[in-house]
Design a protein around this ligand. Structure first.
Ligand SMILES: NC(=O)C1=CN([C@@H]2O[C@H](COP(=O)(O)OP(=O)(O)OC[C@H]3O[C@@H](n4cnc5c(N)ncnc54)[C@H](OP(=O)(O)O)[C@@H]3O)[C@@H](O)[C@H]2O)C=CC1
Ligand SMILES: CC(=O)N[C@@H](CCC(=O)OP(=O)(O)O)C(=O)O
Length: 339
């Protein structure tokens, strides 16, 4: 790895810095050896200050309106804006000549199931920023679609099985995933208030109604899987983290349930395998996917249970966005990221 003092420094901006992903991005950028934060924007919270901790110090960052941001004066912009609002700003960043990582679903495969036309100049086929599966197109890319948080946890867990032809054709892969409340964004909605979520646990988006199914299906079929997905997200009363429990009907039994993952991820800095079971506490504040697998007994159909844990705000959002930015800018992929 090159000595970081010999690498250039890049100016970056964060759109949506007052949101949960945006705050995490500001902290990561502030602590990154090769990135310098040129601007951070907010919508209703413009004019206020964001306090982040990075490199052992507290930093106060002024939040400006997005219209005031000098898009042409930066090398790269992170767009951490709501779906729908994001594509318009991605178009403005591209027109200003900067690179952009979009954290919303607007540019992802299947566009989160929406049919809205993208603004002029915004590519409908931006590289999907899941480096562990599709690294090559990210090197030097100008626009990258950062994956959804659930999709990251599920796709990293299923890709090795899909690529090895291990998922039984025509079978249903059952995904039960639980997310911390920060996954819903800094929303003032009643259903996310403390008194509603604490001491509680419930499913939502049931019946394959969640927008992440589009990017999961698209990606898995691209990797050669021919299966149905049954995806049921749940709301867990913790701040951050996603645990996905995935039941996979196999084409053949596996002597070592982790073998496909050891082969696929031998050299991946941000994938961890465990012979035990991954837990949220293992991954919070870290840019990792932690995977465990078990072969259940008493099944007629060969089956694998895969468990995948991530921090939704780090590997599921801001950390993955910085990992993508590192690749886009030609920096070491791990620069500025906690493993
Ligand atoms: N939370 C998560 O775990 C993940 C989120 N994502 C995606 O990242 C994006 C950001 O998510 P998250 O951080 O949760 O969202 P938040 O709701 O927490 O934050 C949204 C941000 O966008 C700003 N904003 C809202 N509307 C507009 C607008 N019309 N124009 C300009 N700025 C606006 C808000 O400003 P203000 O607060 O000042 O009003 C805020 O800074 C979303 O697309 C989300 O789906 C992706 C993966 C995981
Ligand atoms: C708990 C919770 O509500 N989570 C969000 C997922 C957030 C995310 O990663 O996805 P997007 O970038 O596609 O919004 C949800 O289910 O909509």
């Amino acid at each position: 790895m090159p000595d970081s003092s010999s690498l250039p420094t890049y100016r970056v901006g964060v759109l949506g810095a007052s949101g949960y992903s945006g705050r995490e991005l500001c902290a990561l950028v502030t602590g990154h050896p090769q990135l310098s934060l040129a601007f951070a924007t907010a919508h209703t919270q413009r004019g206020t200050t964001l306090r982040v901790r990075a490199s052992g110090a507290v930093h106060d960052i002024p939040l400006i309106g997005p219209e005031e941001a000098d898009l042409a004066g930066v090398d790269l912009v992170f767009a951490a804006l709501p779906h729908g609002a994001s594509a318009e700003w991605v178009g403005k960043v591209i027109a200003a000549g900067a690179r952009v990582v979009d954290l919303s679903s607007d540019l992802r495969p299947g566009h989160g199931g929406t049919t809205h036309a993208l603004p002029d100049g915004v590519p409908a086929d931006a590289p999907y920023g899941l480096p562990e599966l599709f690294r090559a197109p990210l090197h030097g890319a100008r626009v990258v679609a950062n994956p959804g948080c659930y999709a990251t946890s599920v796709l990293v867990a299923l890709a090795p099985l899909a690529k090895a032809g291990l998922i039984a054709p025509g079978a249903t892969v059952n995904i039960a995933a639980a997310s911390g409340i920060s996954g819903a964004g800094a929303s003032p909605k009643l259903e996310y208030l403390f008194a509603e979520v604490t001491e509680n646990y419930r499913a939502y988006g049931v019946g394959n109604a969640h927008r992440h199914l589009f990017e999961m299906r698209d990606t898995l079929s691209h990797l050669g899987a021919d299966c149905d997905l049954l995806f049921t997200p749940h709301l867990l009363p913790v701040d951050r983290g996603i645990l996905s429990t995935i039941t996979v009907p196999l084409t053949r039994p596996l002597a070592d349930p982790l073998e496909p993952f050891r082969t696929a991820f031998a050299n991946e800095p941000f994938v961890e395998l465990t012979t035990g079971l991954p837990a949220l506490a293992d991954v919070q504040h870290r840019n990792v996917v932690r995977i465990g697998a078990v072969s259940p007994t008493g099944m007629r159909q060969p089956t694998l249970l895969v468990f995948s844990a991530i921090d939704n705000l780090v590997k599921g959002a801001a950390g993955q966005a910085v990992q993508n930015a590192n690749l886009m800018l030609g920096l070491p992929e791990t620069a500025g990221l906690q493993r």
